[in-house]
Design a protein around this ligand. Structure first.
Ligand SMILES: Nc1nc2c(c(=O)[nH]1)N[C@H]1C(S)=C(S)[C@@H](COP(=O)(O)OP(=O)(O)OC[C@H]3O[C@@H](n4cnc5c(N)ncnc54)[C@H](O)[C@@H]3O)O[C@H]1N2
Ligand code: MOO
Length: 427
C-alpha cells in the first residue's frame, strides 16, 4: 500500500528570517533572483552533435509528419481484412514484396497479401500487418488462422505529430532525449541560448593554489576554485576569467571591475561577512553596484549576497567551502537557470523522511548533506543525514545524494520526520 502524506507549505521554516536584520529567507532570496535576472538575449544555431547541455531558445517543431508515411511495425504480411471472408483459416497469394527504404510500387491487388518488413511503407489498400510467426506457408501463398484486428501492426503517418507541431518545448536543457526527438522530427541543428559568460574571483590572502608545496604557517589550499571550476564546466557556460585575489580593498575592487567587463555573472568567494578583512560588499558599493540581498537565514551560508554591478550580476559566496557549495547550489544554479531562460530555473525539492532521529540547535534553516538509504513502510524515501559539521568541511558532501533542509525552529526531529530534499548532480 502506498501512503501519501499531504504537505502544506514549505517544511523548511526559514521564513523565520528576521527582515529587520536585512536577512531574508531562502525562498525570498530565490524570488528576488527571479525578479532581477532576465534571460540573455543572444541565440546561436548549433549542430545536434554540439547541442547537449545547451538551452533551447526556440521550440523544436516537426519538419514533417511523424512518422512521414504509414509503415509496418513488424516483419510479416500486409493484407486487407475485408479479403478474409467467412470462417478461417484463409489462404492468400503473396503478390507484392515491400522492404524498408523502398517506396511501395503498386497498390495491394484484391484478395492477396504483400510480404512486408519492419519500417517498409504500407502498400495502398492494406489495412493490417500480421507477424510472420502467426502465418503458415509462404513464400508464394500464406495461411492465416486468426482474423487480425483493424490497423494491427501499422504505424500511421503523423500519429506522433503533424508537421509544424511542437516536439520539444523552448526552455528545456538539450538532453540526449531532446536530440533524439529533434532528429526524429527532421532537424540537424537547434537554436539555443548563447553561452553564459561567467567570471570567478576567489578572494583570500591565505589561499594557495591547489596542491602547492611549502605553504606558509597560515596558508590553506584553495578549495573553492577547483570546486566551482568543476561546477561551471558545462556546455552552456563560457568561463571567461578565473582569478585569485588577496584581501585588499583596492585589489578586490580592481579585480571585480575587470571581471564584470566581459561577464554576465561574476561569482566571488570569501570576504562577504562582517570583518574588517571582508572587502567584497564594500567593493561592490564602490563600483556603484547594488545589493539585491545580503544575508540569508540559512546554515551554512548566511553571508551569501547577490546584486548587480554596472554590467554584470554579482553573486558573493561565503569563503567557507561548504557554505560556498550550498549557496552556489541553491542560488548560483538558480541565477544561471534564469539567465539561460530555463523553463524550470530552480531545482525541484521533494520530500523524504529521516531514517534516524536528530537533535540540533534551532535558529537558521539548516542544510545538511544526506544519503538516500531506502524506502519506509509507507513507500517514502528515507534519508540519512550525518552529524552537523562546520562549514569549512566538505568531506561529508562526497557520499551524499542531496541536501536536506532542516526547519529553523526544530531542535528535535524524530525518525520519520518529513523534510525537504534537493538532489545533487552525481558528477
Ligand atoms: N562576526 C562574524 N563573523 C562571521 C560571521 C558573522 O555573521 N559574524 N559569519 C560567519 C559565517 S557564517 C561565514 S560562512 C564566514 C564567511 O565569511 P567570508 O565570506 O567573509 O569568508 P572568509 O572570511 O574570507 O573565509 C571564511 C573561511 O573560509 C576559508 N576560505 C576562504 N576561501 C577559501 C578557499 N578558496 N578555499 C578554502 N577555504 C577558503 C577561510 O580561510 C576562512 O576560514 O564568516 C563567518 N564569520
Ligand atoms: O554560513 Mo557560515 O557558512 O554558517 O559558516
Amino acid at each position: 500500500m502506498t501512503y501519501v502524506q499531504t504537505i502544506t507549505g514549505l517544511a523548511c521554516g526559514c521564513d523565520a528570517a528576521d527582515p529587520s536584520a536585512g536577512i531574508v529567507s531562502i525562498d525570498e532570496a530565490l524570488d528576488r533572483i527571479a525578479a532581477h535576472v532576465a534571460p540573455v538575449s543572444g541565440t546561436v544555431r548549433v549542430g545536434l552533435a554540439e547541442a547537449r547541455g545547451r538551452v533551447l531558445a526556440e521550440p523544436v517543431l516537426a519538419l514533417s509528419d511523424m512518422p512521414r508515411f504509414d509503415h509496418a511495425a513488424m516483419d510479416g504480411y500486409a493484407l486487407r481484412r475485408s479479403d478474409l471472408a467467412g470462417p478461417g483459416p484463409w489462404r492468400l497469394p503473396v503478390a507484392l514484396r515491400c522492404a524498408a527504404g523502398e517506396a511501395a510500387v503498386s497498390p495491394l491487388p484484391p484478395g492477396s497479401a504483400a510480404r512486408i518488413f519492419t519500417g517498409a511503407p504500407l502498400p495502398a489498400g492494406a489495412d493490417c500487418v500480421v507477424m510472420q510467426e502467426e502465418i503458415d506457408g509462404g513464400p508464394r501463398q500464406i495461411v492465416l488462422h486468426r482474423r487480425p484486428a483493424a490497423h494491427e501492426n501499422i504505424r500511421f503517418r503523423a500519429e506522433e505529430r503533424r508537421q509544424g507541431g511542437e516536439i520539444v518545448a523552448a526552455g528545456l536543457p538539450v538532453s540526449p532525449r531532446a536530440i533524439a526527438a529533434a532528429a526524429a522530427s527532421g532537424h540537424a541543428h537547434l537554436v539555443v541560448r548563447r553561452r553564459l559568460r561567467v567570471a570567478l574571483l576567489v578572494s583570500g590572502s591565505e589561499v594557495a593554489a591547489p596542491g602547492r608545496q611549502g605553504l606558509g604557517a597560515a596558508d590553506i589550499w584553495d578549495v573553492n576554485t577547483p570546486m566551482l571550476r568543476a561546477m561551471l564546466a558545462r556546455p552552456d557556460i563560457d568561463l571567461v576569467a578565473v582569478e585569485t585575489v588577496p584581501d585588499s580593498p583596492g585589489g578586490i575592487r580592481a579585480a571585480l571591475e575587470r571581471a564584470s567587463r566581459g561577464a554576465d555573472l561574476v561569482i566571488t568567494t570569501g570576504g562577504v561577512s562582517v570583518g574588517e578583512e571582508d572587502h567584497l560588499r564594500g567593493a561592490v558599493r564602490a563600483l556603484d553596484g547594488r545589493e539585491v540581498f545580503a544575508g540569508v537565514a540559512i546554515k551554512p551560508g548566511k553571508p551569501v549576497a547577490f546584486g548587480r554591478l554596472d554590467r554584470a550580476l554579482w553573486l558573493g559566496l561565503p569563503g567557507n567551502p561548504q557554505s560556498a557549495f550550498v549557496t552556489w547550489t541553491l542560488f548560483g544554479e538558480a541565477i544561471l537557470g534564469h539567465l539561460s531562460g530555463l523553463a524550470a530555473p530552480v531545482g525541484t525539492r521533494r520530500h523524504v523522511v529521516l531514517a534516524h532521529p536528530l537533535h540540533r540547535k534551532p535558529g537558521r534553516c539548516e542544510i545538511r548533506a544526506a544519503a538516500l538509504v531506502g524506502i519506509d513502510g509507507h513507500g517514502r524515501e528515507t534519508a540519512d543525514c550525518g552529524e552537523a559539521v562546520h562549514s569549512g568541511q566538505v568531506g561529508a558532501l562526497c557520499a551524499s545524494d542531496g541536501l536536506v533542509f532542516l526547519p529553523a525552529d526544530a531542535d528535535h526531529l524524530p525518525q520519520g520526520a518529513l523534510v525537504e530534499f534537493l538532489p545533487l548532480r552525481m558528477t
